[in-house]
Design a protein around this ligand. Structure first.
Ligand code: DAH
Length: 358
């Protein structure tokens, strides 16, 4: 065996024997590194006679290439082996039953949002979303709140520090700004609902600084107040899972709708229980109205061509009513015992075919 051949055999054996990436790197440095055995041999080429060099040059280059390739192949094999070993230790048996004491619960706000989405999806609505941090234009101006109008004070707004130009960003006080964002982006017909978090500087038994709304918006050429009432009455019946619900639309004021109304539903109190649907008492569940022509104009839509209706309802309140939850503040207390009691099974997906709540 020639000198070069035995060197190659020796190096290949070392490469094969390397137990991990570190050992392999040591072999590489010892062979191909600046002072490695192969590199040292390459340096001797310069001192050879042209004949010798003609023979040794290709031989040494071949050796260098083969050693490099052997190292690369070994490196890959080591990486694959390491991955296999890791996968083996991290193996999870997905067929194991969930331990009952470890099972999480779905928060009523999430569950009720899913219920509402299921109801309106079946009516042909899409879901739209927008940012929690808004600017004045979307949250107020485009929605026809006049500058310095007291209506802006109605919403106890959380403002950010003013920017250099004096403008202030804010935490959206309602989901209505997403109406504007949608109308500016997409042509009618529009049929959307907008679930999301909203913020107001307010806190007592029935108010928290953060709460949840679902907004609705329909824009086309002929939707009218009758469609609005039909849609919301159908919603109330399906949501409360009763055969009929008494409703009442009371005139109200919102800057972004004209006419505006609040929708009440009938209920009665039987002992400690509230029965929704019938009875002589009324409770307000949402605000609604026909989209104001100014709002359409602000979004670049011609009010002589397009019209439509909108509404906004409080998800937390709807959850309290349906599931008999007494205090709103508990929704945000992150108390595992409360969630254990009022929360939902993760496998209970709200679904109109099988029943919203089971
Ligand atoms: N944005 C209103 C609020 O938070 C609720 C509302 C009322 C939304 C009427 C609407 C509407 O879209 O038409 O108090």
């Amino acid at each position: 065996m020639s000198d070069l051949e035995s060197l190659e055999t020796d190096l290949i054996a070392k490469i094969d024997g390397a137990a991990d990436a570190g050992a392999l790197e040591d072999v590489r440095v010892a062979a191909l590194g600046k002072k490695g055995v192969v590199s040292e041999r390459m340096k001797t080429l310069g001192k050879m006679s042209p004949e010798e060099r003609k023979e040794m040059g290709p031989a040494l280059n071949g050796l260098k290439t083969r050693i490099g390739e052997a190292i690369d192949a070994k490196k890959l094999a080591l990486e694959e082996a390491a991955l296999d070993a890791r996968l083996a230790t991290e193996k999870v048996d997905v067929t194991l039953p969930v331990r009952p004491e470890r099972k999480g619960r779905i928060h009523p706000v999430s569950q009720v949002t899913e219920e509402i989405v299921a109801i309106f999806s079946a009516m042909g609505f899409d879901v739209a979303e927008g940012p929690d941090i808004e600017d004045d234009f979307y949250n107020f101006t485009a929605l026809n709140f006049p500058e310095d109008h007291p209506a802006r004070e109605m919403h106890d707004t959380f403002f950010f520090e003013p920017k250099e130009d004096g403008s202030r960003r804010l935490l959206r006080t309602h989901t209505s700004p997403v109406q504007i964002r949608t109308m500016m982006q997409q042509k009618p017909p529009i049929r959307i609902i907008i679930p999301g978090r909203v913020y107001r500087c307010d806190s007592d038994q029935t108010h928290t600084p953060v709460f949840h709304q679902v907004e609705g918006l329909v824009i086309d050429r002929e939707s009218h107040m009758g469609h609005l009432k039909g849609t919301l009455e159908a919603f109330a019946k399906t949501y409360f899972e009763v055969d009929s619900v008494k409703t009442r639309f009371r005139p109200h004021f919102f800057p972004f709708t004209e006419p505006s109304a609040e929708m009440d539903i009938g209920y009665e109190r039987v002992g400690n229980e509230i029965r929704i649907g019938q009875g002589d008492d009324w409770m307000e569940i949402l605000g609604c109205g026909m989209v104001h022509p100014n709002v359409l104009k602000n979004c670049g839509l011609d009010p002589d061509e397009y019209q439509g209706f909108a509404w906004g309802m409080g998800v937390d309140r709807l959850a309290m009513l349906k599931y008999g939850i007494p205090d709103l503040r508990d929704f945000f207390a992150a108390d595992a015992r409360w969630l254990e009691h009022y929360g939902f099974d993760p496998l209970d997906q709200p679904n109109l075919a099988v029943g919203l709540s089971r």
